[in-house]
Write a protein that binds this ligand. Structure first.
Ligand code: PLP
Length: 280
């Protein structure tokens, strides 16, 4: 049920077990590759333009000379996958020293636990990222806001959350501000307002889900910084990401929250938008 397609003109479909990177590829050796993960809904890649724009921005930050042909690649992989619902991962690795970048797409089913998290929510814990909220925006080499495969810190954060009995983490800065989750944007409801931190100011990844979902919010939206104390006192907390969608945070640092009305409405509205392909 997995489809692998290699970037090229035209894209080539390969057996999904085919190796596509050399052992000395800089993506493998140094983590210098960029990726996007998006939803396949109604047999189409959802919000593909937003993801391709971000792929290009991430590639520029890693000095990867992004080759053309990504839209055709995404469409070819989605068509060959042939199911209405799934997920699509696009990757561009820097290539071997002095060589050309290598691009490929993998289409596959959405894992059952991802669907469960959307329906039933996740327990989350806050974890420090060890830098101040301004630092990642001020120091571009820290690669805040870049969707690169150098995600070992993100995965280690999820393991730390699991060790603490949760399923997800929310990073906070050394000066106590809310940043993002290892694979999602964070939003919360305080005093009837939906709040999410400004990605450009705090060096987080500008989420495509947040971009679409905030337009659909049933309550007023504020894009502003927030403290961990405000987050812990929030009426509702949610994690926004392309494949999982709007996932309710049902407990935070051990405090039970349940699934609030704004989260539930936003989750349903986002699922409709994914199917319609319209950002609001
Ligand atoms: C660090 C990080 N922040 C936020 C997001 C949410 O981005 P999107 O909504 O485009 O999936 C992701 C997605 O994987 C991520 O890895």
């Amino acid at each position: 049920m997995t489809v692998l397609a290699l970037l090229g003109d035209p894209p080539t479909l390969l057996d999904p077990t085919t190796p596509v990177l050399r052992a000395d590829d800089l993506g493998v050796a140094r983590g210098e590759s960029v990726f996007e993960t998006l939803r396949i809904a109604g047999g189409r890649p959802a919000f593909l333009d937003l993801h391709l724009e971000r792929l290009a921005r991430s590639a520029a930050r890693l000095a990867i000379d992004l080759p053309p042909g990504w839209e055709a690649l995404a469409l070819a992989a989605t068509e060959a996958y042939g199911h209405a619902a799934g997920m699509l991962r696009l990757t561009c690795s820097k290539g071997v020293p002095g060589g050309s970048p290598v691009g490929f797409a993998l289409a596959s089913p959405v894992p059952a636990e991802t669907l469960r998290a959307r329906t039933s929510g996740v327990a989350a814990v806050t974890l420090t990222l060890g830098v101040s909220a301004d630092q990642r925006a001020e120091a571009p080499w820290l690669l805040g806001g870049v969707k690169s495969t150098s995600y070992a810190v993100n995965m280690a954060s999820l393991r730390a959350a699991e060790a603490a009995g949760a399923q997800d983490a929310i990073w906070v800065s050394s000066d106590g501000q809310v940043l993002e989750a290892p694979t999602a944007t964070v939003a919360w409801v305080s005093s009837g307002v939906l709040v999410t931190p400004p990605a450009d100011e705090v060096g987080t990844l500008p989420g495509t889900t947040a971009h679409v979902a905030l337009e659909l919010s049933p309550v007023r939206v504020e894009v502003r910084r927030g403290t961990v104390e405000e987050l812990r006192a929030a009426d509702e907390v949610m994690l926004l990401s392309s494949v999982r969608g709007v996932a309710p945070v049902v407990s935070l640092d051990g405090r039970e929250l349940g699934i609030g009305p704004v989260t539930a409405q936003l989750r349903d509205a986002f699922e409709r938008a994914v199917l319609d392909g319209t950002p609001g």
